[in-house]
Structures are given as structure tokens and as C-alpha cells.
Design a binder for this molecule. Structure first.
Ligand code: SF4
Length: 169
């Protein structure tokens, strides 16, 4: 195993939250997990269960990354319920490809499946992405090491966030 993987146990959800909201990342990483009650998450699970049923699904690697399914030609797939393509989705998948590369699996590419949009997006790990991922991981470590959640501005997505009740009392 590549030495850069030592001590890295960040999940795809953490990478996703890093881009969405640093406070959400902190709550989630401190085991304050309220997402199970969210309608949006329920919908996401439902889409996972009903989409691409013929494919092999949910491959757990090291209790760290969960690949939705692996298709032909070394392509890993991530299924997103969203009705728009978002940057966090892309970085989550780039992270998975990077993670697998650290474990010696070269030549992996990714595909994000958007059932609601009826489209797919190809994702590749570019050489410059590897440096960015290393710095994201360092930043995540810094955020979750703090005693209190970071201060963030209220934003549009707060309205539908399950942490809203503890963020904005
Ligand atoms: S309510 Fe807003 S600030 Fe709080 S965790 Fe959710 S998205 Fe972040």
C-alpha cells in the first residue's frame, strides 16, 4: 500500500461535505449524524435500490469508500439522486479513483449516473487532481480536529439540511 494512504480514513461523504459545507463536515465527522431522518436521503436510498438493479452494488473498501457498482472496463460508478451535476459529486468520485490508485489499482475511471437526469458523466483523475486531493485531505483533518464546528455563513441549502435545527437555533 502506498504510504500516502496511511491514516487516511475519510469517506466519500466527508469529501462531499467538504465541498458542500465545512460545518456539516464537522458534525458528520463527530458522529452527529442526522441524515437518516432526511427525506432527501430517503429518496437517494430509494433511487439506489431501484436503479441499475442488474449491476453489482455497494462495494465497501476498507470501511472507507463505498463504490455503488463496478461496470466493465475498470469503471467505477456513483449514483446520484440530484437533478443537477455538482462539483462535490465529481470530487467524491475522483477521490475514490485516487484511493484505489494508492492501493495499486491503476487505470480506473469513473462514471456518475444521474437517474433523474437520465445522464451519465465521465470522471477522470488528472495529474493535478492528485495534489488537490492531498491538500483537501489535510484540510479535512484540520477541520475535524477543532473542538468546535467552523463558522459558516447561512446559505440556501441550510433550508433543507438536517442539521438546521442545531445550526440555527
Ligand atoms: S444548516 Fe447550513 S450551515 Fe448548518 S450544517 Fe447544514 S448546510 Fe451547513
Amino acid at each position: 500500500m502506498n504510504s500516502s494512504l496511511h491514516n487516511i480514513r475519510f469517506t466519500g461523504t466527508q469529501i462531499n461535505y467538504f465541498f458542500l459545507c465545512k460545518k456539516k463536515l464537522w458534525y458528520f465527522s463527530h458522529d452527529i449524524q442526522m441524515e437518516q431522518n432526511s427525506d432527501a436521503v430517503y429518496l437517494g436510498k430509494l433511487i439506489h435500490e431501484t436503479s441499475y438493479e442488474r449491476e453489482k452494488k455497494e462495494i465497501d473498501i476498507d470501511d472507507t469508500i463505498k463504490i455503488d457498482f463496478i461496470g466493465n472496463d475498470r469503471v467505477i460508478h456513483e449514483v446520484k439522486k440530484s437533478d443537477k451535476v455538482e462539483e462535490p459529486h465529481i470530487w467524491q468520485l475522483k477521490y475514490y479513483i485516487w484511493y484505489l490508485k494508492q492501493k495499486g489499482a491503476d487505470g480506473i475511471t469513473g462514471k456518475i449516473n444521474y437517474p433523474k437526469l437520465r445522464k451519465t458523466l465521465d470522471v477522470f483523475l488528472e495529474p493535478e487532481d492528485e495534489e488537490k486531493i492531498q491538500s483537501i485531505l489535510k484540510e479535512i483533518q484540520g477541520i475535524i480536529n477543532t473542538e468546535l464546528p467552523p463558522a459558516v455563513e447561512r446559505m440556501k441549502m441550510c433550508r433543507n439540511c438536517s442539521y438546521g435545527d442545531i445550526c440555527w437555533v
